[in-house]
Structures are given as structure tokens and as C-alpha cells.
Design a protein around this ligand. Structure first.
Ligand code: B1M
Length: 211
């Protein structure tokens, strides 16, 4: 079996050790980290999502596959930490309230950090008040918000309203992303920009800081 199919199959099957081993094999065999990520790990976890939606996989299985994905990414993390962007500036990142998905957010954080920006990661399920308070105290140039659920993406306009109420909206640029979010939703929510993936998020941070 092709190594990428092997990684996918093990990820879908929740074989954590198997994923780590297969990713290591692909990496040591010279496969680029981005190829391992985008053509094996990401399609694998997406298939888990599809099976869950179809009622063919359940929450515990999705959790084990998510752990396998995280450990797989950890095997190639140091190789992913390089982009061609050179800059500086400060970014505050969080997954919004009610949402615990952090695999995508962590990839976005990794790319932003490796692009040379200072990064503060607030983690997942971060209450709006805490985000606003941290924008006030940490003064980031960019607030990066991730949301993976159609319910929790509705936190984004609320956060932006709360920033306005606190008199902070014109002091920070807001970048948003996550699977259910579109460019149009970002604009309607009052965000400054939207990115569909981690690499473009790092580029968007650069443009937002450059103005
Ligand atoms: Co959840 N989950 N989940 N889940 N989960 C989805 C999102 C879902 C689409 C699955 C499905 O039904 N097909 C569905 C959402 C449906 C909807 O809202 N319409 C869903 C559901 C329903 C749920 C629960 C409600 C299930 C339940 O309890 N009944 C529950 C909610 C928990 C909560 O948050 N309150 C839940 C729980 C979980 C786990 C804990 C088991 C686990 C998360 C573990 C973790 O993250 N630590 C999990 C997982 C793994 C998934 C799927 C399968 C995979 C998500 C993922 O990691 N993708 C997901 C299905 C899917 O996405 N197809 C699903 C890989 C990752 C690299 O991509 O996160 O999209 P992604 O990030 C990308 C881009 O979106 C973008 O860049 C990233 C990298 O390129 N991006 C940004 C993300 N943030 C960005 C920010 C930016 C810019 C770009 O700028 C700031």
C-alpha cells in the first residue's frame, strides 16, 4: 500500500502508534512535510468527519483519530516551520467560546510563528470577555480567531462588537478562519480578513500588519 494511504487508513482506524510510525517512515523516506500533511493527514481526518456525519463513526473514535492527527503532525512539525515571509508584529490567536477544535488553529499558529511573528495562543473555548481583556493588556497587532462549528462561528461578530464596546476595535486587526467560515461571513461579521488555510493565514497577517 502507498505510504500516504497507509497514514490515512491508520488515522481513520485510530491507530495512533501506527500513524506516528507511518508518518516517520514517509518523512525519513524524503516525502515533503507539506505533502504528508495535505495529502495524507488532512484527507484522513476529513474522512473521519465524513464518517461521523454519516453515523458510521462516533465521538470516541473521532477523538482518538484527532489524537493520532496531533501526534502525526508533531512528527513533522519542525519541518513545517518555514515559510518565505520575513516580518515582525504580534498576533493573539484563539478558538472561540464553545469550540474545542484546535488542530487547524494549531497549524495556523505554527505557520504564523514560523513566519517570524510573536504569537500568544489562548487555546480553545476562550470566552469573549477573556479575549477582549487580553487584547487590551497584550496589544496585539492582529487577533486571529478560529471557529469550526456553525454554532460557534456566531461568536465572531459578538467578539467584534465587544471590541468596539471596549474601544479597541481600531487598535487591532481581526483575521478569521475555520471550515464553516467564508469570506462573505467574515465581511458580514466585521472582520478585516479571512483565510482558508494556515499558510494563507500567515500571509494575511503580513498584509494586515503592512496595512
Ligand atoms: Co468535531 N466537528 N465536533 N471534533 N470535528 C467537525 C468540525 C464536523 C464538521 C464533523 C462532521 O459532522 N462532519 C462537525 C461540525 C458540524 C457543523 O458545525 N456544521 C463537528 C461536530 C458536530 C462536533 C461535535 C459537536 C460532536 C459532538 O459532540 N456531538 C463536538 C463539538 C465539540 C466542541 O467544540 N464544543 C466535536 C468534537 C470533536 C473532537 C473533540 C472529537 C475533535 C477535535 C479535537 C481537536 O481539535 N483537538 C473533532 C474533530 C477532529 C473534527 C473533524 C473530524 C476534523 C477537524 C480538523 O481537525 N480538521 C471535523 C470534520 C472536518 O473538518 N471535516 C469536525 C483538520 C484541520 C487541519 O482542518 O480545522 O478545518 P481545520 O483547519 C484548517 C482551516 O479550516 C483553516 O486552516 C486550517 C489548516 O489549514 N483554519 C483557519 C482554521 N482556523 C483558522 C483560523 C484562521 C485561518 C484559517 O485565521 C485566524
Amino acid at each position: 500500500m502507498d505510504i500516504k494511504d497507509e497514514i490515512k487508513e491508520k488515522l481513520i482506524g485510530g491507530d495512533i502508534a501506527g500513524v506516528v510510525e507511518a508518518v516517520g517512515k514517509a518523512r525519513d523516506g524524503g516525502m515533503p512535510a507539506s505533502e504528508i500533511l495535505l495529502e495524507a493527514l488532512v484527507p484522513g481526518i476529513q474522512e473521519v468527519g465524513r464518517l461521523f456525519e454519516a453515523g458510521e463513526a462516533f465521538l470516541p473514535e473521532m477523538m482518538i483519530s484527532a489524537e493520532a492527527m496531533k501526534q502525526g503532525v508533531a512528527e513533522i512539525q519542525s519541518l513545517l516551520e518555514s515559510t518565505d515571509i520575513q516580518s515582525n508584529g504580534k498576533v493573539l490567536i484563539a478558538t472561540v467560546a464553545g469550540d474545542v477544535h484546535d488542530i487547524g488553529k494549531n497549524l495556523v499558529a505554527l505557520m504564523i510563528k514560523s513566519a517570524g511573528f510573536e504569537l500568544e495562543d489562548m487555546g480553545v473555548d476562550v470566552p469573549t470577555e477573556k479575549i477582549v481583556e487580553t487584547v487590551k493588556t497584550a496589544s496585539p497587532d492582529v487577533l486571529a480567531l478560529s471557529a469550526l462549528l456553525t454554532t460557534t462561528m456566531q461568536e465572531i461578530p459578538l467578539i467584534i462588537e465587544a471590541l468596539k464596546t471596549a474601544g479597541l476595535r481600531d487598535k487591532v486587526k481581526v483575521l478569521v478562519g475555520g471550515a464553516p467560515i467564508s469570506k462573505q461571513y467574515a465581511v458580514e461579521s466585521g472582520a478585516d480578513d479571512y483565510s482558508p488555510d494556515a499558510l494563507q493565514a500567515a500571509k494575511a497577517v503580513q498584509s494586515l500588519i503592512d496595512g
